[in-house]
Design a protein around this ligand. Structure first.
Ligand SMILES: Cc1cc2nc3c(=O)[nH]c(=O)nc-3n(C[C@H](O)[C@H](O)[C@H](O)COP(=O)(O)OP(=O)(O)OC[C@H]3O[C@@H](n4cnc5c(N)ncnc54)[C@H](O)[C@@H]3O)c2cc1C
Length: 381
């Protein structure tokens, strides 16, 4: 049985969850990304191929229903969220209906980034905030299916490819399921993350508890990474953080992220992102506390956005909203040095490699611009 190619596989885990023989192993490869591998007990039933979202063609003529700029009116929630805190508002609405919310938490101390389901508002803080690492998600689709079959309202949040994986795995439409994805730059490698954590652990003799991306101490536009140790925390501005530098230079993203098939073709009910550039369109709407760009992609998504409480939502023309955030429509550009980076990672120092391969040389900047132009031209054709 052939699964989709390594270049295309998003690691969504739909095949692993569907296999009736449970013979698909899901493990990290040498670059630190999860890939499925079919075991000897395979009976060639073909289910894994049938539900692989990467082996299907895209939904045709995708057009969102409405777009908004919004934020959560609870200042504290907004501060703890990466953008404007719209995820919290939608999740709170589902929890109010005694539903279940599935998202990604960073575990205390181990700093592993793992999917989990929650049932209470108090637990929501565990899921808030972006974790810029590939998540561990084995078995989560089966758990979601059980909750759906019990008739519970369910909100599932993830990258566009994971949401596509869940929908494909479920195969039938559940009217108690709401899906929410986000505009996605790409997903960094778990191995790069482990190497970065080693650096964090050497920074002080205190125990590292957690890393918070997109900390807003220096504002939303100047976001930072906060390292929380026992009794002490450090805040690195993102332009000075080595992990963010490699992430934003596309040095260690998953292979499929450089050719993401969900750009401008989202399968979820709601898509969230940062409302970057809103100050150019509506200077009066801008503040530095975080603003979400929100797309209602389906009638169900639009309905829940009408019901959420304690939010400010202002409608934006679709054509403006769809071009405000480059990652909405474009995949990450290849980094010329990605292969070299992974080849050398087992022997060389992580920080030194990031600095070496994410320089701001003229050659590299011209190359990136050229790739972006070519991609834009190909899309416009
Ligand atoms: C890897 C990654 C890349 C991103 N790239 C961009 C980008 O290029 N442009 C942009 O505008 N926005 C990007 N985002 C989304 C953005 O950072 C915010 O998460 C989003 O706008 C929602 O913000 P919020 O304030 O409403 O909610 P938040 O409280 O920030 O909610 C975050 C939600 O994302 C989920 N989540 C967090 N980490 C992961 C993960 N690793 N895998 C799956 N789900 C996760 C959480 O469970 C939670 O539901 C990215 C997010 C991630 C995780």
């Amino acid at each position: 049985m052939e699964l989709c190619s390594r270049e295309d596989c998003t690691g969504c885990s739909a095949c692993v969850n569907i296999c009736p023989k449970q013979c698909i192993i899901f493990d990290r490869d040498k670059e630190g990304f999860y890939y499925p591998q079919i075991g000897d007990e395979c009976v060639q039933c073909g289910l894994c191929q049938k539900i692989c979202p990467q082996m299907k063609s895209n939904k045709k003529d995708f057009v969102p229903i409405k777009a908004f700029v919004g934020f959560n009116a609870d200042e504290n929630v907004r501060k703890q969220s990466s953008s404007g805190g719209m995820f919290h508002a939608v999740a709170a609405e589902v929890l109010k209906q005694h539903g279940k919310v599935y998202g990604v938490e960073m575990r205390q101390k181990s700093c592993r980034v793992v999917y989990r389901g929650i049932d209470t508002i108090e637990e929501l803080k565990l899921l808030q905030g972006s974790k810029y690492v590939e998540s561990e998600k084995e078995g989560i689709f089966q758990e979601v299916e059980v909750a759906l079959k019990k008739g519970k309202p369910v909100l599932f949040v993830g990258t566009p490819c994971i949401v596509a994986g869940l929908k494909s795995y479920l195969r039938i439409y559940y009217n108690n399921l709401i899906t929410c994805d986000f505009i996605c730059h790409g997903v960094p490698s778990g191995l790069a993350w482990d190497e970065y954590l080693k650096i964090c652990k050497n920074r002080t003799n205190k125990k590292l508890n957690k890393v918070v991306f997109r900390d807003k101490e220096n504002g939303w536009g100047q976001s930072s990474t906060r390292l929380i140790y026992d009794g002490i925390s450090y805040v690195d501005k993102d332009n000075a953080n080595i992990f963010i530098k490699g992430f934003l230079s596309n040095l260690y993203l998953r292979r499929s992220c450089y050719r993401c098939k969900y750009k401008r073709c989202y399968e979820s009910d709601i898509t969230l992102g940062d409302a970057w550039g809103i100050e150019k369109v509506h200077p009066d709407w801008y503040d530095d506390k975080g603003l979400s760009l929100v797309f209602a992609n389906t009638a169900q998504g639009n309905n829940i956005l009408k019901r959420v409480s304690r939010v400010e939502l202002k409608e934006l023309p679709l054509d403006i909203a769809q071009t405000m955030n480059a990652a909405y429509e474009l995949s990450a550009a290849n980094n010329l040095f990605r292969e070299k980076f992974f080849k050398r990672l087992s022997e060389d120092n992580f920080a030194a490699l990031v600095n070496l391969y994410c320089g701001n040389s003229l050659k590299y900047r011209i190359y990136r611009k050229a790739v972006q132009c070519i991609k834009r031209l190909a899309k416009d054709k």
